[in-house]
Design a protein around this ligand. Structure first.
Ligand code: UD1
Ligand code: MG
Length: 476
């Protein structure tokens, strides 16, 4: 149900200088989504009538992402006046002029904030009729955050930014999480009253709270118990810390859902991945993007898998797999490279040192050793001999090969595409297949082997090979 009187503003206009990156801070990824993506997913799940990301720094790039993945968001642009307060003012300007109700403000650099925490904050805000309700956290190391200043009775007074704080204020370890609920009307009025008299010359959103308190409005500051939920990312150390924590939480959730994960510390799972019951994930496994693993499959050790569908009971070990499908009960690896468009049928096999691309390999068919299969279709229950190359590229164009069902091809074959090998055909070892092979035929290149007697004795006299040959002759 869409909340008609709820707007969520997501701040993402800052430069993020502490990241020291060409990429905007909010576009750095953890668990497969940009930081901003995490914040917008949460905002969207709140069911607000308006979700308003505010952008400015590298705005085209960020707007492109928002438009592609969150098309109903209303993008607001911040102008030349810097600061989180100005950013919110610009967001309010993008809302319908008569918008009334609650305005939630979150940051594009706080990715672990969840829907439940925001819902609790909104409920407290509405129940108490507060003008503003903000989230705080008690940190062992509060450096860098705005400090929550309370009076002796414990009532909220103001937020002082780290840079503007006195020594005594810096000792305070309750910090502003940067997550707020405001009454829209009171927020508008308070923003109009604040200036830029601070160390950064910015219009701080945090000053709104102080203005409201001075005007005798009710401001609540509620603390979270799980500090990770409000961890802000400002540099790459924090990016890694938060990514690690999020990953451990993702692994834990899958463990509780029936997935065996031997080593969560070396298993990385994107938020977009789906995993069935009784799947086993071995150490060194990366599951990325829209990967789905069906029940009972085993993945790893050492697998990097992106946008791939793995069927029930399949086995994948030491493999790099992208945009592929691995059928039920199939087996892949070790040392396999499945490139986009690989489709391995049920109980099929892609074995060791095998590379595949745009290859449909039918049910029960096997490519066990040392081969390249590109732009090919193989029927069911066929076996491709060791060391086979599908020569799909003539230097200008790519061509397809079609191999039938129940085919047996010899070792060290080259299939010069385009070719077709019919059902039940065989090819001999070392065959270069340049012409189609009809069903049931054996293809071989007729160039009989010739042995030149005593070539070694004549051409390599005195060598170890010649000595060995002489010895063998004498023994006869
Ligand atoms: C801010 C808070 C601080 C709080 C901390 C929590 C202010 C003044 N300070 O500090 O009290 O403890 O978050 O993480 O609000 N942004 C804009 N426009 C701007 C500046 C920033 O949209 O002009 C956005 C940034 O892109 C970012 C968010 O606002 O997503 C926070 O900005 P940041 O510079 O990281 O503020 P902090 O110093 O962390
Ligand atoms: Mg920050």
């Amino acid at each position: 149900m869409a909340e008609q009187h709820l707007a969520v503003v997501v701040l993402a206009a800052g430069e993020g200088t502490r990241m020291r990156s060409r990429k905007p801070k909010v576009m750095h990824e953890i668990a497969g989504l940009p930081l901003l993506g995490h914040a917008l997913v949460t905002a969207t799940q709140l069911g607000a009538s308006h979700v308003v990301p505010v952008i400015r720094h590298q705005k085209d790039l960020i707007a492109e992402y928002i438009t592609a993945f969150f098309p109903s968001a209303i993008i607001a642009e911040q102008d030349d006046v810097p600061g989180t307060g100005r950013a919110v003012e610009c967001a309010l300007a993008a809302l319908p002029a008569d918008f009334e109700g609650a305005v939630v403000v979150t940051s594009g650099d706080v990715p672990l904030l969840d829907v439940a925490t925001l819902e609790n904050l909104i409920d407290a805000h509405l129940e108490t009729g507060a003008a503003a309700t903000l989230l705080t956290a008690i940190l062992d190391d509060p450096a860098g955050y705005g400090r929550i200043i309370r009076n002796t009775a414990g009532a909220f007074l103001e937020i002082i930014e780290d840079r503007d704080a006195t020594e005594a204020q810096r000792e305070v370890n309750e910090v502003n999480a940067g997550v707020y609920v405001f009454d829209a009307k009171q927020l508008r009025e308070a923003l109009a009253a604040i200036g830029t008299h601070n160390a950064q010359g910015e219009k701080y959103l945090t000053d709104v709270a102080e203005v409201l308190v001075k005007n005798k409005k009710k401001v609540l500051a509620l603390s979270v118990t799980d500090n990770w939920l409000v961890a802000g990312i400002n540099d790459r150390r924090q990016l890694a810390d938060v990514a690690l924590e999020l990953n451990l939480r993702i692994c834990e959730a899958w463990q509780l859902a029936g997935v065996t994960i031997l080593d969560p510390a070396s298993t990385w799972i994107d938020v977009t991945v789906q995993i069935g019951e009784d799947v086993t994930l071995m150490p060194g496994t990366y599951l990325r993007g829209f990967t789905t693993i069906a029940e009972g499959a085993t993945v790893g050790p050492e697998v990097v898998m992106t946008d791939t569908e793995v069927g029930a009971g399949a086995h994948v070990v030491k493999a790099h797999v992208t945009s592929s499908r691995i059928g039920e009960g199939a087996s892949v690896g070790p040392f396999a490279y499945l490139r986009p468009g690989t489709d391995l049928g049920a109980d099929g096999k892609i074995g060791t040192f095998v590379e595949t691309k745009n290859a449909k390999i039918g049910a029960g068919s096997k490519v066990p050793h040392l081969s390249y299969v590109g732009d090919a279709e193989i029927g069911v229950e066929s076996n491709i001999g060791a060391g086979t190359i599908f020569a799909n590229y003539d230097g200008v164009n790519k061509h397809r090969s079609t191999i039938g069902s129940h085919v047996r091809t010899g070792s060290s074959n080259v299939f010069v595409a385009p070719i077709t090998i019919g059902d039940g055909a065989y090819t001999a070892a070392g065959t270069v297949v340049r012409r189609d092979v009809e069903s049931g035929a054996l293809a071989l290149n007729v160039s009989p082997q010739k042995n030149m007697a005593d070539w070694v004795l004549q051409k390599r006299p005195g060598s170890k090979a010649a000595e060995a040959a002489q010895k063998a002759h004498k023994a006869k």
